[in-house]
Design a protein around this ligand. Sequence first.
Ligand code: FRU
Length: 530
Amino acid sequence: MTHSPIRPVCLLLVSALLASCGSPQPSPAPPGGTDTRPEGNYTDRWTLQEAMQIPVQKSAQTSTPAITDWPTVNFPQPNPRGLKKTLPGYHIWDTWPIRTLGGGVADIQLNDGKSYNVLIHLSVKEDVLPGKRHDIAALRYSYATDGKSWKLGAGDGLLFPKQDSFGSRNWAGSAVIADDGQVFVFYTATGEKGENFDAPLLPSRAGRGDIPSSALRGGLLPLSGSGAGDIQPGISYEQKIAVAWGPKLKVVGGQVIFDGAWRHKVILRADGTYYQTIQQSDVGDLYAFRDPWVFRDPADQKLYMLFEGNVGGIKSQQRCAPEDIGDAAYRASVQVPETARNWNGAIGLAVSAGNSAATGADLTASLTNWKLTPPLLTARCVNQELERPHFVFKDSKYYLFTSSHVKKFAEVGDLRERGAEGLYGFVGSGIRGNYTPLNAGGLVLNNPSTQDYQAYSYEVLPTPDPSRYLITSFIDSPGIGDRDIGEFASLPPEQQFRAFGGTLDKTHVLEITGSGTRLNGQLDYGQIKP
Ligand code: FRU
């Protein structure tokens, strides 16, 4: 494929100005080489042909049971069936445990002689309207000695003061603990430091958050994190990947605290070639450059990062390539509208620019300096948001998991009846190479058909038993049943609060065999140890 450079000045301008750059240059095609080393240029595709193998009728193999004792979950008092909020007083959603660099949940021995697990959550106070939470999200932490009875961190649980982190709000990421106890938290810095949700608009933000959402559809600006709800005046939407590091965990006065000062650094920005920038996202309703997940490759022992992105280049100029669709016979059998290119999700890969040492200053340098490489997997003309990508390593295979929303599947044929709010997965024999969608189409877990938006944002965690994995998620909006999520924002506020969970869901047990998976039972709410 030919890669035509885009004139850099054009990249900086909004689409209204593109005309003045002369005729737009074709955007680069996704890198399409054959080099399957992690830093190579081979990019696999989740093709339309593969995704169309997701069954319309979901079976017990992938469906979670409906939460029927729902309506009281949001009430402060525990209800008779034992449902309770994980962190009373807060909405929490995307959540991740502090892990070892090898990928397992870290059991952290602290100075009181006990072993702790620590979770990090996207969070807001419970009185925030659920749909607005993405616009002011902050990272909070909780800890437990039994892997399920989570206690809010010291103070009001904030990981670090809001003004210290990059972005005006922080979105999902991952966290690892080094052998010397130092914790590294990778997070998405969304918007710009200092922006204020409630503040009057500054002139510099004109043309960003102050445009009515109706003008944004098909326009330049993405909607907020989940894609639900209007754009919020006063804030901007660019996403960058950042790291915070420095403190070690310690028990003080019976509470687990992060002891020491955090340092923050922006480590990756979308480059416009491999990964789409916000300015290039000129059609469709959003873009992504977020959700870093850091790990040490069991094969070469180097440090890598997965993240969520979109195929680089101006979106309106992208085209569905034959290899996005499927083999020749399949291509001859489908009609793919040109607008399918508006769905161009990618799972990105960055390589540590350090020597990947196990501990000390070299490890710090490795975890705080990164280089972008081409996407591992793209889903152009198939799906727009491949969220919170992460790996499970099993039997020398790489199981790649990602969450996606039903409405983030392309409007092609009956794909949206096949896609679901759920967890998707692929298996490959290395970080970069050919991936096979699990269960043929890629679907691993879907919500029950009576409650399409019951839960979301999944992470698959290993257990000591190599055939059993645990899937964590948060309870999203079961209260809207099988109605369209678009109706959520028009409900009266008290109904929105009742329809929304903002708490950890029951953990699902997943069995993995080769390229097949099966849900097999549930554990307690928020349980991360078997
Ligand atoms: C998934 C997600 C993440 C993002 C966060 C924002 O639940 O869209 O990709 O980091 O929510 O709230």
